[in-house]
Write a protein that binds this ligand. Structure first.
Ligand code: FAD
Ligand code: UQ1
Length: 443
């Protein structure tokens, strides 16, 4: 005999519940799962967490979700000091769970596809998430594999890279093991995040080798793809003085194309003389990898020709999709990619979104503020700060191109607190108000 309708449907329900429970316990979300959020944030790095904290205040926690696959969140700027043995790698990381604003949904998977025509995002486990507003904060991608011999070359000693958590401690090992010969530092032929970092580690290595009495047996070489030491003249001039004073060799337009780690050879191409290459034998090699846009952005209609998120450089709103916004390293904003820029952008973007919600025009404009604390030794920093115009935009009413101890303490001791407790909680929007205060009464 047929079961009464209600019994049949309740047994089906029971089956469905069991099925879902089983899927949940294996960590698998079924392909048909669908979710909707008023505000969806892609990426839980510096920009993603800062914006999710701000969006929680604007939309309420239950209306905000962050898609981020990584269990750990890293404060990358400290890796410069980790590579030089001045900080531990453990101090750079906290669990993603601990930095996620409470009540905000953490979708622990990877963005596979963004479809701004349909206002949906698909993750690598097949879940489709729809949104009303989207913030893209996916960062950029490192491409060690674009250098012949890498990443497998990292299995050998004497080579390190401050740009990834897997290789940053290898820099410090290579430095400690240094006996005599060439210490080589590279800068790739692509945009990079924190463009000062590739040379900061050279200054720290120089200081370390002097401290340990090995400097006279070392030849420090900075091979950069760029035609300049630093893009902003005021700071470039100061850095050239440092380079001369410390007897460091700088070669412009030299691009690392191959590492023969077993023979400790690095091969560079001369970007001004196509086809001309040079092999340098090294005792220590620090690699800054080629970098490029995030593949999920590049593979979507949100990217510009090169694949960077195509934003209006003042409002941080997408150029073609008005309900899409972006922040940080994944964007095509014409200013160097740094956490300091993310801080300034987070304040502007918050303002832009609040205006859009009220059907008003964005008013506050991002000026391109970015900053690079150029660590020149274990106790000095040149604090570069500038904007879209390439003009210095300094917070403190002193000449920041001068090497200063106080700025080293700011970088090493104060910045991490400002990051974890200010930026990530959506409370630090960059130093602009303080700059204005500190320059009161001045020109
Ligand atoms: P990130 O913080 O890199 O976050 C991107 C997030 O997106 C990551 O969590 C990643 O897991 C996630 N993601 C990627 N792909 C996907 C996907 N498909 N789906 C879901 N999630 C995804 N800045 C300074 O201001 N000062 C400094 O002194 C400084 N020094 C630096 C030194 C080094 C060695 C390095 C590496 C960086 C330094 N920076 C510095 C730069 C700074 O760390 C970055 O600019 C900043 O973290 C950018 O933030 P973001 O949110 O754009 O990207
Ligand atoms: C900054 O805001 C920031 O983000 C939190 C950094 O990243 C670690 C920086 O390195 C710098 C320099 C700033 C700017 C802050 C001040 C106080 C000048």
């Amino acid at each position: 005999p047929k079961l009464p309708i209600h019994t049949r449907s309740s047994s089906r329900l029971l089956f469905a519940a069991k099925f879902l429970k089983q899927r949940e316990s294996t960590g698998f979300s079924p392909a048909f799962a669908k979710q909707h959020y008023k505000m969806l944030v892609l990426g839980g790095g510096s920009g993603g967490i800062a914006m999710s904290a701000r969006m929680k205040r604007m939309f309420g926690a239950e209306n905000v979700a962050v898609v981020e696959p990584s269990e750990m969140h890293y404060y990358q700027p400290i890796w410069t000091l980790v590579g030089a043995g001045a900080k531990t790698v453990a101090s750079s990381g906290r669990s993603t769970a601990s930095v996620m604003p409470s009540g905000v949904k953490w979708v622990k998977s990877k963005v596979q596809e963004i479809n701004p025509e349909k206002n949906t995002v698909r993750t690598d486990d097949g879940t489709e998430i729809s949104y009303e507003y989207l913030i893209v904060a996916l960062g950029l991608q490192l491409h060690y594999e674009k250098i012949k011999g890498l990443p497998e070359g990292f299995e050998h000693p004497n080579i390190g890279s401050n740009y990834s958590v897997q290789t940053v401690e290898k820099t410090w090992k290579a430095l400690q093991n240094f006996k005599e010969g060439n210490a080589v530092f590279t800068f790739p032929n692509t945009p990079v995040k924190c463009p000062g970092a590739p040379q900061k580690i050279m200054y720290l290595s120089d200081a370390y080798l002097r401290k340990t009495g090995k400097r006279s047996k070392a030849n420090l070489i900075y091979n950069t793809s760029l035609p300049v030491l630093f893009a902003i003249k005021k700071y470039a001039d100061a850095l050239w003085d440092v380079v001369k004073e410390r007897d460091l060799q700088v070669n412009l337009r030299q691009n690392l194309i191959e590492v023969r780690a077993d023979k400790r050879e690095a091969v560079f191409e001369n970007l001004d003389k196509p086809g001309e290459t040079k092999v340098i034998e090294y005792e220590m090699l620090h690699v800054t990898p080629p970098m490029g846009p995030n593949s999920a952005v590049k593979g979507s209609p949100l990217g510009d020709e090169a694949g960077w998120l195509d934003l209006d450089k003042e409002s941080l709103q997408h150029k073609r999709y008005p309900n899409v916004f972006g922040i940080g390293d994944c964007t095509n904003l014409p200013t160097p990619r740094t956490a300091a820029a993310v801080a300034a952008e987070s304040g502007i973007l918050n303002r832009t979104i609040s205006k859009i919600l009220k059907n008003e025009k964005p008013d506050k404009k991002y000026d391109g503020y970015t900053s690079c604390p150029l660590v020149t030794s274990y106790n000095t920093v040149i604090l570069a700060e500038f904007d879209y115009t390439g003009q210095p935009l300094e917070t403190f009413p002193i000449n920041q191109a001068k090497e200063r101890r106080i700025m080293y303490h700011m970088k090493a001791d104060f910045m991490p607190h400002l990051y974890w407790h200010g930026l990530l909680r959506g409370l630090w929007g960059g130093p602009e108000p303080y700059r204005k205060l500190l320059h009161l009464g001045m020109k």
